[in-house]
Write a protein that binds this ligand. Sequence first.
Ligand SMILES: *Cc1c(COP(=O)(O)O)cnc(C)c1O
Length: 338
Amino acid sequence: MSVIDLRSDTVTQPSAAMREAMLAAETGDDVYGEDPTVILLERRLAADLGFSAGMFVPSGTMSNLLALMAHCERGDEYIVGQQAHTYKYEGGGAAVLGSIQPQPIEMEADGTLDLARVEAAIKPDNFHFARSRLLALENTMHGKVLPLDYLAAARDFSHRHGLALHLDGARLYNAAVKLGCDACEITRHFDTVSVCLSKGLGAPVGSVLCGSEAFIAKARRLRKMVGGGMRQAGILAAAGLYALEHNIGRLADDHRRALQLGDELAALGFAVEPVQTNMVYVEMGEKAAALTAFCAQRGIRLTSATRLRLVTHMDLHDEHLPVVVNAFAEFAENMGRC
Ligand SMILES: *Cc1c(COP(=O)(O)O)cnc(C)c1O
Protein backbone atom coordinates (compact mmCIF):
# COMPACT_ATOMS: atom_id res chain seq x y z
CA MET A 1 0.00 0.00 0.00
CA SER A 2 1.44 3.39 -0.96
CA VAL A 3 1.38 5.93 1.84
CA ILE A 4 -0.08 9.42 1.54
CA ASP A 5 1.62 11.59 4.14
CA LEU A 6 -0.15 14.84 4.97
CA ARG A 7 1.62 15.54 8.29
CA SER A 8 4.04 18.11 6.91
CA ASP A 9 5.84 19.37 3.81
CA THR A 10 9.07 18.15 5.43
CA VAL A 11 8.33 14.52 4.51
CA THR A 12 9.26 14.82 0.81
CA GLN A 13 11.94 12.61 -0.69
CA PRO A 14 14.71 14.25 -2.72
CA SER A 15 13.90 13.71 -6.39
CA ALA A 16 16.19 11.80 -8.75
CA ALA A 17 17.29 15.05 -10.42
CA MET A 18 18.01 16.64 -7.05
CA ARG A 19 20.09 13.62 -6.03
CA GLU A 20 22.04 13.93 -9.28
CA ALA A 21 22.77 17.58 -8.52
CA MET A 22 23.99 16.55 -5.06
CA LEU A 23 26.19 13.84 -6.53
CA ALA A 24 27.79 16.31 -8.93
CA ALA A 25 28.39 19.03 -6.33
CA GLU A 26 31.82 20.56 -6.03
CA THR A 27 32.75 20.57 -2.36
CA GLY A 28 35.37 21.86 0.07
CA ASP A 29 35.69 22.38 3.81
CA ASP A 30 33.00 24.92 4.64
CA VAL A 31 34.32 25.58 8.16
CA TYR A 32 37.36 26.99 6.33
CA GLY A 33 34.95 28.84 4.03
CA GLU A 34 36.15 26.72 1.11
CA ASP A 35 33.02 24.98 -0.14
CA PRO A 36 32.17 26.58 -3.49
CA THR A 37 28.64 25.17 -3.60
CA VAL A 38 27.78 26.45 -0.12
CA ILE A 39 29.19 29.86 -1.05
CA LEU A 40 27.11 29.85 -4.23
CA LEU A 41 23.92 29.01 -2.32
CA GLU A 42 24.56 31.65 0.35
CA ARG A 43 25.30 34.35 -2.24
CA ARG A 44 22.42 33.38 -4.46
CA LEU A 45 19.81 33.47 -1.71
CA ALA A 46 21.19 36.64 -0.09
CA ALA A 47 21.12 38.39 -3.48
CA ASP A 48 17.61 37.13 -4.29
CA LEU A 49 16.32 38.42 -0.96
CA GLY A 50 18.19 41.73 -1.00
CA PHE A 51 20.81 41.05 1.69
CA SER A 52 24.58 41.37 1.58
CA ALA A 53 25.30 38.00 3.21
CA GLY A 54 23.85 34.57 3.89
CA MET A 55 24.81 31.52 5.94
CA PHE A 56 23.89 27.89 5.34
CA VAL A 57 22.80 26.01 8.47
CA PRO A 58 21.51 22.48 9.10
CA SER A 59 18.00 23.48 10.22
CA GLY A 60 15.48 26.26 10.52
CA THR A 61 15.64 25.91 14.28
CA MET A 62 19.36 26.64 14.26
CA SER A 63 18.90 29.49 11.81
CA ASN A 64 16.32 31.20 14.05
CA LEU A 65 18.37 30.49 17.19
CA LEU A 66 21.49 32.07 15.70
CA ALA A 67 19.46 35.06 14.51
CA LEU A 68 18.02 35.60 17.99
CA MET A 69 21.44 35.20 19.60
CA ALA A 70 23.10 37.56 17.12
CA HIS A 71 20.42 40.22 17.63
CA CYS A 72 20.10 39.89 21.43
CA GLU A 73 22.61 39.79 24.26
CA ARG A 74 21.99 38.10 27.63
CA GLY A 75 19.14 39.87 29.41
CA ASP A 76 17.63 41.22 26.20
CA GLU A 77 14.19 40.14 25.09
CA TYR A 78 12.47 39.46 21.81
CA ILE A 79 8.78 39.99 21.15
CA VAL A 80 7.11 37.12 19.34
CA GLY A 81 3.74 35.50 18.67
CA GLN A 82 2.38 33.06 21.23
CA GLN A 83 2.04 30.37 18.50
CA ALA A 84 5.22 31.30 16.61
CA HIS A 85 7.69 28.55 15.81
CA THR A 86 10.66 30.39 17.34
CA TYR A 87 8.79 30.68 20.63
CA LYS A 88 6.76 27.49 20.86
CA TYR A 89 8.47 24.81 18.82
CA GLU A 90 12.20 25.32 19.21
CA GLY A 91 12.78 23.88 22.66
CA GLY A 92 13.07 27.29 24.27
CA GLY A 93 16.53 27.52 22.67
CA ALA A 94 16.84 31.30 22.84
CA ALA A 95 16.28 31.20 26.61
CA VAL A 96 18.34 28.05 27.22
CA LEU A 97 21.34 28.88 25.06
CA GLY A 98 21.14 32.66 24.66
CA SER A 99 19.72 33.83 28.01
CA ILE A 100 17.23 35.77 25.89
CA GLN A 101 13.82 36.36 27.42
CA PRO A 102 10.86 35.81 25.11
CA GLN A 103 7.91 38.20 25.38
CA PRO A 104 5.09 36.30 23.71
CA ILE A 105 2.07 38.23 22.40
CA GLU A 106 -1.37 36.84 21.56
CA MET A 107 -1.65 36.58 17.78
CA GLU A 108 -4.38 37.90 15.50
CA ALA A 109 -6.46 35.51 13.37
CA ASP A 110 -4.57 36.56 10.22
CA GLY A 111 -1.18 35.58 11.66
CA THR A 112 -0.05 39.14 12.40
CA LEU A 113 0.87 40.67 15.75
CA ASP A 114 -1.20 43.72 16.59
CA LEU A 115 1.36 46.52 16.77
CA ALA A 116 -0.49 48.32 19.58
CA ARG A 117 -0.16 45.13 21.65
CA VAL A 118 3.50 44.90 20.74
CA GLU A 119 3.99 48.54 21.73
CA ALA A 120 2.38 47.89 25.11
CA ALA A 121 4.87 45.05 25.71
CA ILE A 122 8.00 47.10 24.94
CA LYS A 123 9.83 47.69 28.22
CA PRO A 124 10.93 51.17 29.28
CA ASP A 125 14.69 51.73 29.44
CA ASN A 126 15.01 51.04 33.16
CA PHE A 127 17.14 48.55 35.09
CA HIS A 128 14.05 46.72 36.33
CA PHE A 129 13.37 45.36 32.87
CA ALA A 130 14.86 43.18 30.21
CA ARG A 131 15.89 45.24 27.17
CA SER A 132 13.36 44.91 24.33
CA ARG A 133 15.54 44.35 21.28
CA LEU A 134 13.81 42.46 18.55
CA LEU A 135 10.44 41.76 16.98
CA ALA A 136 10.14 38.35 15.30
CA LEU A 137 7.42 37.60 12.75
CA GLU A 138 6.60 34.42 10.84
CA ASN A 139 5.45 34.19 7.20
CA THR A 140 3.60 32.10 6.26
CA MET A 141 2.07 31.71 9.71
CA HIS A 142 0.00 28.52 9.95
CA GLY A 143 -0.34 28.73 6.18
CA LYS A 144 -1.46 32.38 6.23
CA VAL A 145 0.32 35.11 4.31
CA LEU A 146 1.08 38.34 6.15
CA PRO A 147 -0.12 41.34 4.07
CA LEU A 148 2.66 43.44 2.52
CA ASP A 149 1.24 46.67 3.98
CA TYR A 150 1.37 45.08 7.42
CA LEU A 151 5.05 44.26 6.88
CA ALA A 152 5.73 47.88 5.92
CA ALA A 153 3.92 49.05 9.06
CA ALA A 154 5.87 46.54 11.20
CA ARG A 155 9.14 47.80 9.74
CA ASP A 156 8.31 51.46 10.46
CA PHE A 157 7.11 50.51 13.93
CA SER A 158 10.25 48.50 14.73
CA HIS A 159 12.60 51.19 13.56
CA ARG A 160 10.66 53.86 15.45
CA HIS A 161 11.09 51.82 18.64
CA GLY A 162 14.69 50.79 18.10
CA LEU A 163 13.80 47.12 17.59
CA ALA A 164 15.39 44.91 14.98
CA LEU A 165 12.94 42.95 12.81
CA HIS A 166 13.49 39.24 12.08
CA LEU A 167 11.45 37.03 9.78
CA ASP A 168 11.07 33.31 10.32
CA GLY A 169 10.48 32.70 6.63
CA ALA A 170 10.52 28.92 6.80
CA ARG A 171 7.81 29.09 4.10
CA LEU A 172 8.74 32.47 2.63
CA TYR A 173 8.35 31.21 -0.94
CA ASN A 174 4.84 29.93 -0.28
CA ALA A 175 3.97 33.49 0.73
CA ALA A 176 5.68 34.98 -2.34
CA VAL A 177 3.99 32.56 -4.74
CA LYS A 178 0.61 33.21 -3.14
CA LEU A 179 1.10 37.00 -3.44
CA GLY A 180 2.51 36.65 -6.95
CA CYS A 181 5.50 38.81 -6.03
CA ASP A 182 9.27 38.39 -5.80
CA ALA A 183 10.34 37.11 -2.39
CA CYS A 184 12.40 40.30 -1.91
CA GLU A 185 9.13 42.30 -1.86
CA ILE A 186 8.53 40.53 1.46
CA THR A 187 12.07 40.37 2.80
CA ARG A 188 12.97 44.01 2.09
CA HIS A 189 11.04 44.98 5.22
CA PHE A 190 13.25 42.86 7.50
CA ASP A 191 16.72 43.17 9.00
CA THR A 192 17.23 39.41 8.89
CA VAL A 193 15.42 36.45 7.36
CA SER A 194 15.59 32.68 7.84
CA VAL A 195 14.44 30.48 4.95
CA CYS A 196 13.95 26.69 5.00
CA LEU A 197 14.99 24.66 1.96
CA SER A 198 13.63 21.45 3.47
CA LYS A 199 9.92 22.34 3.57
CA GLY A 200 7.92 22.94 0.40
CA LEU A 201 11.11 23.43 -1.62
CA GLY A 202 11.86 19.73 -1.19
CA ALA A 203 15.55 19.67 -0.17
CA PRO A 204 16.51 17.00 2.38
CA VAL A 205 18.31 19.38 4.76
CA GLY A 206 19.12 23.00 5.29
CA SER A 207 18.14 26.57 5.91
CA VAL A 208 19.79 29.87 5.07
CA LEU A 209 19.99 32.89 7.36
CA CYS A 210 20.37 36.23 5.57
CA GLY A 211 21.38 39.65 6.88
CA SER A 212 24.14 42.24 6.73
CA GLU A 213 27.81 41.21 6.46
CA ALA A 214 28.43 42.18 10.10
CA PHE A 215 25.36 40.31 11.31
CA ILE A 216 26.25 37.14 9.44
CA ALA A 217 29.86 37.32 10.69
CA LYS A 218 28.52 37.32 14.24
CA ALA A 219 26.07 34.51 13.46
CA ARG A 220 28.91 32.47 11.91
CA ARG A 221 30.81 32.51 15.20
CA LEU A 222 27.64 31.38 16.98
CA ARG A 223 27.06 28.64 14.40
CA LYS A 224 30.46 27.16 15.23
CA MET A 225 29.69 27.45 18.92
CA VAL A 226 26.46 25.42 18.69
CA GLY A 227 28.09 22.80 16.49
CA GLY A 228 26.55 23.83 13.20
CA GLY A 229 29.81 24.16 11.26
CA MET A 230 29.71 21.51 8.54
CA ARG A 231 32.55 20.36 6.32
CA GLN A 232 31.84 19.22 2.72
CA ALA A 233 28.35 20.65 3.04
CA GLY A 234 28.20 21.48 -0.67
CA ILE A 235 26.59 18.11 -1.21
CA LEU A 236 23.62 19.46 0.79
CA ALA A 237 23.81 23.00 -0.55
CA ALA A 238 23.54 21.56 -4.08
CA ALA A 239 20.10 20.24 -3.14
CA GLY A 240 19.18 23.72 -1.92
CA LEU A 241 20.38 25.34 -5.14
CA TYR A 242 18.44 22.78 -7.15
CA ALA A 243 15.35 23.55 -5.07
CA LEU A 244 15.65 27.30 -5.70
CA GLU A 245 16.05 26.68 -9.44
CA HIS A 246 13.25 24.18 -9.88
CA ASN A 247 10.83 24.03 -6.99
CA ILE A 248 9.56 27.53 -6.32
CA GLY A 249 7.03 27.93 -9.15
CA ARG A 250 5.51 24.53 -8.48
CA LEU A 251 4.43 25.62 -4.97
CA ALA A 252 1.35 26.96 -6.78
CA ASP A 253 0.37 23.30 -7.38
CA ASP A 254 0.56 22.61 -3.64
CA HIS A 255 -1.64 25.65 -3.01
CA ARG A 256 -4.18 24.57 -5.64
CA ARG A 257 -4.36 21.06 -4.15
CA ALA A 258 -4.76 22.41 -0.62
CA LEU A 259 -7.60 24.64 -1.81
CA GLN A 260 -9.30 21.73 -3.55
CA LEU A 261 -8.87 19.48 -0.52
CA GLY A 262 -10.26 22.19 1.75
CA ASP A 263 -13.28 22.76 -0.52
CA GLU A 264 -14.08 19.06 -0.79
CA LEU A 265 -13.76 18.43 2.95
CA ALA A 266 -15.92 21.47 3.67
CA ALA A 267 -18.53 20.09 1.26
CA LEU A 268 -18.57 16.91 3.38
CA GLY A 269 -19.41 19.04 6.42
CA PHE A 270 -15.96 19.27 8.02
CA ALA A 271 -15.09 22.55 9.76
CA VAL A 272 -12.35 23.76 7.40
CA GLU A 273 -10.57 27.09 7.91
CA PRO A 274 -10.05 29.26 4.81
CA VAL A 275 -7.04 27.97 2.84
CA GLN A 276 -4.37 30.35 1.58
CA THR A 277 -1.26 28.29 0.81
CA ASN A 278 -0.33 24.64 1.39
CA MET A 279 -2.06 24.04 4.71
CA VAL A 280 -5.61 22.94 5.38
CA TYR A 281 -6.75 23.25 8.99
CA VAL A 282 -9.77 21.21 10.06
CA GLU A 283 -11.33 21.52 13.50
CA MET A 284 -11.84 17.89 14.55
CA GLY A 285 -12.42 18.33 18.28
CA GLU A 286 -12.63 15.01 20.13
CA LYS A 287 -12.84 13.01 16.88
CA ALA A 288 -9.25 13.82 15.93
CA ALA A 289 -7.64 10.65 17.29
CA ALA A 290 -10.34 8.42 15.75
CA LEU A 291 -9.90 10.07 12.35
CA THR A 292 -6.13 9.68 12.49
CA ALA A 293 -6.45 5.97 13.32
CA PHE A 294 -9.11 5.49 10.62
CA CYS A 295 -6.94 7.15 7.99
CA ALA A 296 -3.80 5.29 9.08
CA GLN A 297 -5.55 2.02 8.21
CA ARG A 298 -6.04 3.39 4.71
CA GLY A 299 -2.41 4.44 4.27
CA ILE A 300 -3.04 8.13 5.01
CA ARG A 301 -0.78 9.63 7.65
CA LEU A 302 -2.14 12.53 9.69
CA THR A 303 -1.16 14.20 12.94
CA SER A 304 -3.79 13.83 15.65
CA ALA A 305 -4.16 17.43 16.82
CA THR A 306 -7.74 18.51 17.47
CA ARG A 307 -7.08 21.39 15.08
CA LEU A 308 -5.91 19.01 12.40
CA ARG A 309 -3.35 20.30 9.90
CA LEU A 310 -3.14 18.74 6.43
CA VAL A 311 -0.11 19.85 4.43
CA THR A 312 0.29 19.50 0.68
CA HIS A 313 3.75 19.07 -0.85
CA MET A 314 5.80 17.82 -3.81
CA ASP A 315 5.07 14.14 -3.17
CA LEU A 316 1.31 14.63 -3.02
CA HIS A 317 -0.28 14.35 -6.45
CA ASP A 318 -3.72 14.97 -7.91
CA GLU A 319 -4.60 11.27 -7.84
CA HIS A 320 -4.09 11.22 -4.06
CA LEU A 321 -6.80 13.80 -3.41
CA PRO A 322 -9.85 11.56 -4.01
CA VAL A 323 -8.27 8.86 -1.82
CA VAL A 324 -8.05 11.32 1.05
CA VAL A 325 -11.50 12.83 0.45
CA ASN A 326 -13.09 9.37 0.25
CA ALA A 327 -11.48 8.35 3.56
CA PHE A 328 -12.85 11.48 5.24
CA ALA A 329 -16.28 10.84 3.68
CA GLU A 330 -16.30 7.26 4.93
CA PHE A 331 -15.22 8.42 8.38
CA ALA A 332 -17.99 11.03 8.48
CA GLU A 333 -20.57 8.40 7.52
CA ASN A 334 -19.36 5.97 10.20
CA MET A 335 -19.35 8.69 12.81
CA GLY A 336 -22.86 9.70 11.81
CA ARG A 337 -24.12 6.16 12.32
CA CYS A 338 -22.76 5.64 15.83
C1 LIG B 1 9.98 23.94 10.24
C2 LIG B 1 9.97 25.33 10.76
C3 LIG B 1 11.09 25.86 11.40
C4 LIG B 1 12.30 25.04 11.79
O1 LIG B 1 12.86 24.29 10.83
P1 LIG B 1 13.59 22.89 11.16
O2 LIG B 1 14.45 22.74 9.97
O3 LIG B 1 12.51 21.88 11.30
O4 LIG B 1 14.38 23.09 12.42
C5 LIG B 1 11.04 27.17 11.79
N1 LIG B 1 9.94 27.92 11.59
C6 LIG B 1 8.86 27.44 10.99
C7 LIG B 1 7.68 28.33 10.79
C8 LIG B 1 8.82 26.13 10.56
O5 LIG B 1 7.73 25.65 9.97
